[in-house]
Design a protein around this ligand. Structure first.
Ligand code: ADP
Ligand code: MG
Length: 695
């Protein structure tokens, strides 16, 4: 945070010393401005006093009356009980935690106003630990008619305390003694019919009692819209700035590949699809520029992203630069290693492998080869991100299945360009289509290409849902299919956090199936196995030395065995749509008609039913991703950690997603017309978080 003006002055508030300032820090409140941006998350209507006689149980209410008794009761727990009476009736206030001073503060005959929620107690309705105030006289007026804000709070800072602090700051803001730097141009507010920043802030802390609370809950009120737009715009600008900064780096300009690429294509038994050619052309043009490419390639499972990456790799290698390809899981990285080294080694390219489990001398030697440039193409898992890995002259990074990586990790890679001080080109490939709304936010800094065509000869996958009381039938079906020469996957799922349990389930299932299907060759692969073991099993399955592969969701990404045409997914209700789509994409890769059986457990939740229905009706990754977003929300879809969207304070992408087109326009205009304010705006909303995002 910068140290100017109202930013520093938290201790200017009456009652704020170093200790409270520190506690406020836990709420991310470090300055008066932060305090004002700490908005209520709900409101209470305390604008009128309710007669005690008309109270209902569980009703939040303001009541006012005279103290008629003060007792300390010794029941199961000691409690202080204060009897309060008004013209219509009486009730008890009950305190389990209280001090002698608090007890002595209550005097018979004294008027008290309190707020709390009624509960049924031993003696009729009671208020437990109400907020209360001793009145100087019974006709002390109620505070001005506005809703009472309830703030996100933390230990050691009560609601009344926060409100008192807020009141001081709001009074200063209202009287003009303190000013907020309104970063939106005044004519914009007019044009979009938005309040000024100060108006919006004042309104949201102290809305009048006649406000439609539903408007506020839905984020529709102009005061909120003003802040939501500003916040989303700050994020958009931050992305734009990051991109501009990245583009300001030098990258190696690479001419089109004249030899390697034609040689690569020559060895293939097929030719690239039109979509692969088009996307490859877009990448090729980017890499000819002396600025780093930042391109996201979206292509549904099986659309042939690996080949597109390989064509880009040709360009880097032929220009004398190193290329790196990385994947989120060991299995997928191994598969890339096999594919790519199969393609590149015959052409005389030196490939290196860097897995998470490479250790000792071998690892040291590999690192040295990467550092001195002996290794031209480096393939691995995210172990590649580690600090120890330095490149000689990295010219291209390909990150596969990006939704599993953090944006942070992606950006960390740009530091790995090596001794030349050049930033590598970055190609990010994802099979999970990023829905438009998200594409406009967390991914706004990337150019995108879409591979919107599958290689020819693929046949659609038929998906059926079957309850697990018909398990025997399904096993029968696997048996028949395999006897006719097909291969099948049997996927065991469990809650993702427990890898051990998931592996256990797969082991049990493999044992059961082996017993029931003695005539089939059955293999097992899961995340707890040694890489070499896994690789052997995968190779055996690929070569059709196995008929049935029992697996955990480790095979979710990338695994490619065209002869496999049947997949059973157990407990699909436990998985998200994106994951199911990934899994299912393991079949339907050859010419044979493919089937996917969702073997679910009854009873299904409503949401589980909906997800299974989506899987049955569609094979379109974009449609499925949109449905996933609707059913689960953006945080879960991409993993909140990865989106950067958990940083949103007021906006809510699901609720406010429809504002994004407007936000984009505003951000563009702001960048052009008010460049000098961009940094302040980003700082206000993203603060230090933005720097974190750049690490
Ligand atoms: P994904 O986009 O899911 O990563 P892959 O790159 O693994 O897809 O490709 C899936 C399969 O399709 C692989 O067996 C690959 O060799 C094959 N393939 C890729 N491009 C073509 C093409 N143009 N024609 C035929 N098959 C192709
Ligand atoms: Mg792939």
């Amino acid at each position: 945070m910068s140290n100017t003006g109202i930013k520093t002055d938290l201790t200017r508030l009456k009652g704020v010393g170093p200790k409270l300032a520190e506690q406020l820090g836990k709420l991310d409140i470090h300055s008066l401005e932060d305090l004002l941006f700490h908005l209520p998350f709900r409101y209470e209507d305390r604008s009128r006093v309710v007669p005690i006689g008309s109270l209902q149980p569980m009703q939040p209410a303001v009541i006012q009356g005279e103290v008629t008794r003060v007792d300390v009761l010794f029941g199961k727990r000691r409690s202080l009980v204060v009897r309060l009476q008004d013209h219509s009736g009486s009730l008890n206030l009950r305190f389990y935690h209280f001090s002698a001073a608090q007890k002595n503060g209550f005097r018979i005959g004294q008027p008290i106003r309190c707020y709390g929620e009624t509960r049924r107690g031993a003696s009729g309705l009671e208020l437990y630990h109400p907020e209360y105030k001793q009145l100087s006289s019974a006709d002390e007026p109620l505070p001005p008619a506005c809703l009472t804000p309830v703030y996100p709070a933390t230990e050691g800072i009560s609601q009344p305390r926060l409100r008192l602090l807020m009141d001081q700051a709001l009074d200063w803001l209202q009287s003009g003694e303190m000013q907020l730097n309104d970063l939106l141009p005044a004519d914009w507010c007019q044009q979009w019919q938005l309040p000024t920043l100060a108006e919006a802030i004042l309104y949201l802390h102290r809305p009048p009692t006649e406000v439609q609370l539903s408007d506020i809950l839905l984020g529709r009120h102009p005061a909120q819209q003003r802040l939501i737009l500003e916040e989303l715009m700050a994020h958009q600008l931050s992305m734009h700035r990051l991109r501009t900064q990245t583009r300001a780096h030098q990258a190696p300009a690479m001419v089109t590949s004249q030899q390697l690429k034609p040689a690569l294509l020559n060895q293939l038994p097929f030719s690239p699809t039109g979509a692969q050619q088009r996307v490859s052309g877009e990448i090729c043009a980017d890499m000819q520029q002396p600025q780093p490419m930042l391109r996201l390639v979206q292509g549904d499972v099986g659309s042939g992203k690996t080949l597109v990456a390989a064509m880009a790799i040709c360009q880097a290698l032929e220009n004398g630069y190193q290329a790196a390809m990385m994947a989120p899981t060991e299995i997928l990285a191994e598969q890339h290693r096999d594919n790519l080294s199969g393609w590149f080694e015959p052409m005389g390219i030196r490939c290196a492998w860097l897995g998470g489990k490479s250790r000792g001398k071998a690892r040291e030697a590999t690192l040295e080869h990467i550092r001195n440039g002996d290794a031209q193409l480096v393939i691995g898992t995210h172990a590649l991100f580690q600090d120890a890995v330095g490149f000689h002259n990295l010219g291209l990074i390909v990150v596969d299945e990006q939704h599993r990586f953090g944006v942070h990790q992606r950006l960390a890679l740009k530091e790995k360009g090596g001794s030349l001080g050049l930033s590598p080109h970055q190609l990010i490939m994802t099979a999970t289509p990023i829905p438009r709304t998200l594409a406009m936010s967390a991914y706004a800094d990337l150019d995108t290409s879409v591979i919107d065509e599958l290689p020819p000869g693929r046949s659609p996958i038929t998906t059926v849902a079957i309850a697990d009381n018909r398990r025997e039938e399904v096993i029968e079906r696997v048996s028949n299919a395999c006897q006719q020469g097909a291969q099948a996957y049997w996927v065991c799922t469990l809650i993702e956090e427990s890898e051990t349990l998931q592996c256990q389930a797969a082991e049990d299932t493999a044992a059961d199936l082996t017993e029931q299907l003695p005539h089939l060759r059955i293999g097992l692969v899961h995340g707890r196995m040694k890489p070499a073991e896994k690789a052997d099993i995968m190779a055996a399955f690929k070569q059709h030395q196995l008929d049935l592969l029992v697996a955990t969701t480790v095979i979710e990404v990338g695994v490619d065995v065209p002869n496999a045409s049947l997949m059973i997914i157990e407990n699909p209700e436990r998985l998200g749509l994106a994951q199911l789509h990934q899994l299912r994409g393991r079949v339907g890769r050859g010419a044979a008609k493919s089937h996917c059986v969702l073997l679910y457990k009854n009873p299904l939740s409503q949401n589980g039913k909906q997800r299974i229905q989506v899987m049955r009706e569609s094979q379109d990754g974009f449609y499925i991703a949109e449905q996933d977003l609707m059913l689960r929300g953006p945080g879960e879809l991409l993993g909140t950690r990865q989106t950067g969207l958990q940083l949103l304070r007021i906006a809510d992408l699901e609720r406010d997603g429809d504002l994004l087109p407007q936000v984009k326009d505003m951000a563009t205009a702001f960048w052009q017309q008010h460049p000098e304010k961009v940094d302040s705006l980003i700082q206000r909303w993203l603060g230090d978080a933005e720097q974190f995002a750049q690490v």
